[in-house]
Write a protein that binds this ligand. Structure first.
Ligand SMILES: Cc1cc2nc3c(=O)[nH]c(=O)nc-3n(C[C@H](O)[C@H](O)[C@H](O)COP(=O)(O)O)c2cc1C
Length: 176
């Protein structure tokens, strides 16, 4: 079991005397407003940048991200040896099989997989290849709302706009 941000952010905000950034699952203004409501002074975003035009995400992986739903990720030790959320792909399915060995620990699993990952990335450009099916990368559950490639500037502007709408809509609930 993991502790979700709904529980964790207010606990941390109450426990420390420094500014707190909310992180994890924040990719749009309503999520930013929620983190601020929980007491965070700001937010920290990761996944949302991976489908931006500036991102160095592998083009095959970028297309998979744009098509994925929030149910298409899995926590897996198959890339680093430590648990990390990533897109489900033939890679995670193979590592998940009952008849395969467990991934090694950090740093042995990356030593085992880095070269294979490089080859997968090179070969994945070939349509219909096994490598295309294997390709995946770290990403959070907000991948489900990452449906369109945008500039990172657009992502920021839209996030701020939806944050403002969201806060104004909450403020209206206080009007008599
Ligand atoms: C591709 C990728 C690589 C990341 N690498 C690291 C890392 O090396 N160390 C770390 O502490 N967090 C890492 N993170 C986590 C981010 O810093 C951030 O806390 C997290 O992605 C926030 O959740 P979100 O992806 O739902 O926005 C990574 C995230 C992504 C998407």
């Amino acid at each position: 079991g993991e502790i979700g941000s709904m529980v964790l952010i207010p606990e941390i905000v109450d426990a420390v005397n420094i500014p707190v950034l909310g992180a994890g699952g924040i990719g749009r203004g309503r999520q930013m407003a929620a983190a601020m409501a929980l007491g965070a002074q700001g937010v920290w975003c990761g996944s949302v940048w991976l489908t931006t035009e500036e991102a160095e995400t592998h083009p095959v992986v970028k297309e998979k991200f744009l098509a994925a739903t929030s149910a298409d990720t899995i926590r897996s030790r198959s890339l680093t040896g430590k648990h990390a959320r990533m897109l489900k792909s033939a890679w995670t399915e193979e590592w998940d099989r009952d008849d395969r060995p467990d991934p090694l620990g950090m740093p042995l699993q990356p030593i085992l997989t880095t070269e294979a990952q490089k080859r997968i990335a090179r070969a994945a450009h070939t349509k219909g290849s096994g490598a295309e099916k294997l390709a995946n990368y770290f990403v959070g559950q907000i991948v489900g709302t990452m449906n369109q490639s945008k500039t990172s500037g657009q992502v920021v502007i839209e996030m701020i706009e939806e944050f403002i709408e969201s806060v104004e809509s909450l403020a209206r609930q206080l009007e008599v």
